[in-house]
Design a binder for this molecule. Structure first.
Ligand code: ARG
Length: 465
C-alpha cells in the first residue's frame, strides 16, 4: 500500500499538482476552526470506539488511534501543536498528525465518516456548550438587573412614549422590563437544544455508509438525544446556525435598546442617570467631557450580529443540497457573534453596577409634561360617572388651560379645575401626586409598588436557586 506522505494533502494521489499557494492561503479555515479541536477529538474517539464495537476495526487499532488523539489534544492544549494551512482545516490537521504519531493505522480513523458529518458534529457540540455559557451570562445579567431594581422600587421617573412624557413609572418597573426580555432570550437559546441535540455523525459524505455502524451508540456517547433522520439534510442543514445567530441578534437588540435609553438619559438634556468614571471616556479636545462610549459600543455591536445573521441567510439562499465550500464560513460567523455577545453581556453587567439614577431630576422631569393627565381622566370616570371619552375631553381642556397659564397640573388650584368641571371636590388634587399615580396602576403587570415587589420576589426565587 502506498504510504500517506505527511507533506502531501490527503488527496495527493488523485490530485497530483499542488493547489495554488494563493488558494491554500485563502481557502483554508484552520485559523478559525482550530477552536473545534476538543470537540473533533472527542467525536473521533467515540467514532473509533463504535467502529471497534461493531467489529469494523480491531482492538489494537482502536487503542492506537485513541492514544494518538489524546496525545494530539494535549499538544494543542499546551500550544505545542503546529497547525498547517496546507491541511485546510482542523479535521485534516489532526488526521495528518495522527499519521505522524501512530503511523499507517491512522488511516482507519476516517472509516464510515466524512468531514461533512464530522464538521457538523463538532460544530453542534460547540454551539451547545456556547449556548450554556451564554445562558450563564444571561443569568448574571438578570441577577444584577434585579439587584438594581430592588434599590429603586420607589424611584419615580417619567415613562415615555415617542420620547414624550407619557405616564409616571417606577425606575424598577422599567428595569424589570429587561428582566422579562433577558429571560425570553434565555428561553430562546434553550429552545435551540431540540435541533442541536440531533447527532450528525455517521451520515458520512451525504448518503450514509455501507459499514455496519451504530449511530445510536455515538449519539448516546456524545450526549445527543437522537441521530438525525436524513443523511442529505444532515450535511446540508445549517438551520441550527441561523437559530443561534438569530438568538444572538435578538439579545443584542435588547441590549442596544437599553443602551440607547441610557445614552439619552445620560445626556445633558435629560440628566436622569449618572455613570461612574469607570464606564465613561474623555475627549481629546473638550476637557469637560465624560462620554458614554461603552453604551455606544453596545448599541453599535448589534450591527455586527445582524450582519452575521444576514451573511448566513444569504449563504444558504439557493444553495443546492448538499455540502458546498460556501458553508465553511458558518463557523467564523458563529464564533464572532458568540464572542461579541459574551463581551457585550460582560460590559452590560459592569454598566449596571456603575449606574445611579438621578432621583431628584427623574422626579422633576416626571412632574412636567402633564404626565398625570390620564390619572385625572380616570378619576373623573370613577368619581363623576362619565364615560372615558367624556373624561378625556374634560382633561384635555384642563391641560390646555394649564399650558396657557404655564403651570404644571399639580400647580392648578381647585378653583381653576372647577372652571372645567364645577362638581370637582378637593380630593381630586391627589391624582396629581406622582406616587399615587404610580401606585394606582395595580392591574397585573402594572407599575404599582406592590406589583413590582411581587415580580422581584418571583424572579429572585427563580434566580437564586
Ligand atoms: N472545513 C470544512 C467546513 O468547515 C469541513 C468540511 C469539508 N468538506 C468538504 N467536502 N470539503 O466546511
Amino acid at each position: 500500500m502506498p504510504k500517506n506522505k505527511n507533506n502531501q494533502a490527503i488527496w495527493g494521489k488523485r490530485i497530483k499538482n499542488k493547489s495554488s499557494s494563493l488558494f491554500q492561503k485563502i481557502g483554508n479555515s484552520i485559523r478559525i476552526d482550530k477552536k473545534l479541536y476538543k470537540e473533533d477529538i472527542a467525536a473521533s474517539i467515540v467514532h473509533v470506539e463504535m467502529l471497534f464495537k461493531q467489529k469494523i476495526i480491531s482492538f489494537k487499532i482502536k487503542n492506537k488511534i485513541i492514544y494518538g488523539l489524546s496525545k494530539i489534544e494535549k499538544e494543542i492544549t499546551s500550544k505545542r501543536f503546529v497547525f498547517n494551512e496546507k491541511f485546510e482545516d482542523i479535521h485534516m490537521n489532526i488526521e495528518k498528525r495522527l499519521f505522524q504519531i501512530i503511523g499507517e493505522d491512522a488511516g482507519y480513523v476516517h472509516t464510515g465518516r466524512s468531514r461533512n458529518d464530522q464538521v457538523v458534529t463538532d460544530f453542534k457540540i460547540w454551539i451547545k456548550l456556547a449556548t450554556t455559557e451564554i445562558v450563564k451570562s444571561l443569568n448574571k445579567i438578570i441577577k444584577s438587573t434585579i439587584k438594581l431594581s430592588e434599590k429603586n422600587i420607589y424611584t419615580i421617573m417619567p415613562g415615555f412614549t415617542h420620547l414624550k412624557n407619557a405616564q409616571a413609572i417606577s425606575f424598577a418597573h422599567y428595569l424589570m422590563a429587561y428582566v422579562e426580555m433577558f429571560n425570553r432570550d434565555k428561553r430562546r437559546f434553550i429552545n435551540n437544544f431540540d435541533n442541536l441535540d440531533e447527532n450528525p455523525l455517521g451520515v458520512a459524505a451525504l448518503s450514509g455508509t455501507s459499514f455496519n455502524i451504530d449511530r445510536n451508540y455515538t449519539t448516546k456517547k456524545l450526549g445527543f438525544k437522537k441521530p438525525t433522520n436524513n443523511s442529505i439534510d444532515t450535511v446540508s442543514d445549517r438551520d441550527y446556525v441561523l437559530d443561534f445567530l438569530f438568538c444572538v441578534s435578538v439579545c443584542s437588540m435588547h441590549i442596544s435598546r437599553i443602551a440607547e435609553d441610557l445614552i439619552i438619559w445620560n445626556s445633558d438634556g435629560f440628566k436622569l442617570i449618572n455613570l461612574s468614571d469607570k464606564i465613561v471616556t474623555g475627549s481629546s479636545i473638550m476637557p469637560q467631557k465624560k462620554n458614554p462610549d461603552l453604551l455606544e459600543y453596545l448599541r453599535g455591536k448589534t450591527g455586527n450580529s445582524y450582519g452575521n445573521l444576514f451573511s448566513m441567510l444569504t449563504i444558504l439562499k439557493g444553495l443546492p443540497l448538499s455540502y458546498f465550500k460556501d458553508l465553511q464560513d458558518d463557523k467564523d460567523l458563529v464564533f464572532r457573534s458568540n464572542k461579541t455577545l459574551i463581551d457585550c453581556l460582560k460590559i452590560f453587567d459592569e454598566i449596571l453596577k456603575n449606574l445611579t439614577p438621578n432621583k431628584k431630576r427623574m422626579l422633576e422631569l416626571a412632574n412636567s409634561g402633564y404626565i398625570t393627565a390620564t390619572d385625572l381622566a380616570d378619576y373623573l370616570v370613577k368619581n363623576h360617572s362619565m364615560s372615558f371619552r367624556k373624561a378625556y375631553e374634560k382633561t384635555a381642556y384642563i391641560v390646555n388651560y394649564a399650558e396657557k397659564k404655564r403651570k404644571n397640573l399639580n400647580q392648578l388650584t381647585i378653583q381653576e379645575l372647577r372652571k372645567v368641571e364645577p362638581s370637582l371636590t378637593i380630593d381630586v388634587l391627589q391624582v396629581f401626586d406622582l406616587k399615587n399615580s404610580v401606585n394606582s396602576k395595580k392591574s397585573f403587570g402594572g407599575t404599582s409598588f406592590a406589583n413590582i415587589k411581587k415580580m422581584i420576589i418571583k424572579y429572585k426565587k427563580q434566580y437564586n436557586d
